[in-house]
Design a protein around this ligand. Structure first.
Ligand SMILES: Cc1ncc(COP(=O)(O)O)c(C=O)c1O
Length: 396
């Protein structure tokens, strides 16, 4: 016997990509360039190595699930600085918990928040379409029905939550939103976030905002959901936000991020984590503490991404619906048929990108909002990015 709910999940995008490209050979002698995976390749700051080495004696201890007070304090201070929040808006010990990468935290948020039924009905979990796949897996694992709201060019690449029927909102237990979004790079405005948090409070659901790309941006720094909460009053009520060091500090392998939420939700989250959560090693907590306290490496990181978006704009502007995203490090390019483009790019140019359809769910009519797109991750160095973009422009 296995959990039959797992069969409800689509195959993971990278498995689908492997299947698509299985047996397809890139041109002999041409160096493969991988832009399918959102794994930052910029060098990470030296302080990671230094702090891990200096704290190596701590591997002999079980680490606390809720992190160390120093880490929670560094995170609290960072949130207050980054979003200009009142100094007492977030409490180090009641509102913050580190996670071993936001992926596991985002998943566990649904297990902690979704009740068996809401208003006597099966609970719904709402998410944008396309979306980070973890949200759908979490909804299914929590026994909820995932509902996918189009986040297309027509909707400004963000879902229109205000258009969701009241009957659906009444059984909604949780909403996921990614801002800046993966893959489209759109960032929600303060008004959008205030309206959405207002809905969460009116219809009694939990709002989970995935802000793991918040520190990679081209123009103004994207606003955060905590700013919306501060503007509305009622503290963090019904809100949980996630941030990650993976993209901000280019340390995807450190597996370190955090959740900040209201006290009631944080208690449920911690209770669940006592049973099945992962604490990070104490040296990782120490490195994360140092990273949240340091900004110069983040600025340097951001400027490397900006250079690559400038390269992309020069190479692709006026083609494939190119636009400069508000944040994140992806190009979301309209190429006709994303799967066919992905296959041709590999076969003819040794460039690996992700077909947009693999990040989205088809509706009842079979329309998939990612179908005509490819997602291109600008995570490599400038030279390999320029080479990949030039090959991409030539093939497509
Ligand atoms: C939208 C989004 N959320 C969360 C994550 C997870 O990041 P991590 O687990 O490394 O913090 C990713 C990683 O690619 C992502 O794209």
């Amino acid at each position: 016997m296995l959990n039959s709910n797992l069969a409800l999940l689509p195959d993971y995008p990278f498995d689908r990509l492997r299947r698509l490209l299985g047996g397809v050979e890139p041109p002999p002698g041409m160096a493969p360039l991988v832009l399918s995976l959102g794994e930052p390749q910029h060098p990470y700051p030296d302080l990671v190595r230094e702090v891990l080495a200096a704290s190596a004696h701590l591997y002999g201890k079980y680490p606390p699930l809720a992190g160390t007070p120093e880490l929670r304090e560094a995170i609290r201070d960072w949130l207050i600085r980054r979003y200009g929040l009142p100094a007492d808006f977030i409490d180090r010990d009641r509102h913050i918990c580190p996670v071993a990468g936001t992926k596991e935290g985002l998943f566990m948020a649904a297990l902690a928040a979704v009740p068996p039924a809401k208003a006597g009905l099966r609970p719904a979990v709402l998410m944008p379409n396309p979306f980070y796949q973890c949200y759908a897996g979490a909804a299914v694992a929590a026994g909820a029905e995932p509902l996918y709201l189009p986040a297309t060019r027509q909707t400004g690449f963000l879902p229109d939550f205000q258009a969701v029927p009241e009957a659906t909102l009444a059984r909604t237990a949780l909403v996921y939103l990614c801002s800046p979004a993966n893959p489209q790079g759109s960032a929600a405005s303060l008004d959008y976030l205030k309206d959405l948090l207002g809905l969460a409070r009116r219809f009694d659901f939990i709002l989970v905002i995935d802000e793991c790309y918040a520190e990679i941006y081209l123009g103004a720094a994207p606003v955060g959901a905590l700013q919306a909460a501060a503007a509305l009053g009622q503290g963090l009520d019904r809100l949980m936000v996630f941030h990650s060091l993976s993209k901000r500090s280019s340390v995807p392998g450190l597996r370190s991020g955090f959740a900040a939420s209201d006290e009631r939700l944080m208690k449920a989250f911690l209770r669940l984590r006592e049973y099945g959560g992962t604490a990070s090693p104490l040296p990782v907590y120490a490195a994360a503490t140092a990273l949240w306290r340091e900004e110069s490496h983040v600025e340097a990181n951001r400027s490397l991404y900006r250079q690559k978006f400038e390269l992309a704009e020069r190479a692709l502007s006026n083609r494939f619906g190119f636009y400069r995203p508000d944040g994140g490090f992806f190009l979301w390019l309209e190429v006709g048929d994303g799967e066919q483009a992905g296959k041709r790019l590999w076969q003819e140019a040794a460039v690996r990108v992700l077909p947009g359809a693999y990040l989205a769910q088809a509706n009842a009519e079979g329309d998939n909002p990612g179908q005509s797109y490819i997602r291109v991750a600008l995570v490599g160095d400038a030279a390999s990015t320029a080479e990949a973009l030039s090959r991409l422009g030539a093939v497509l």
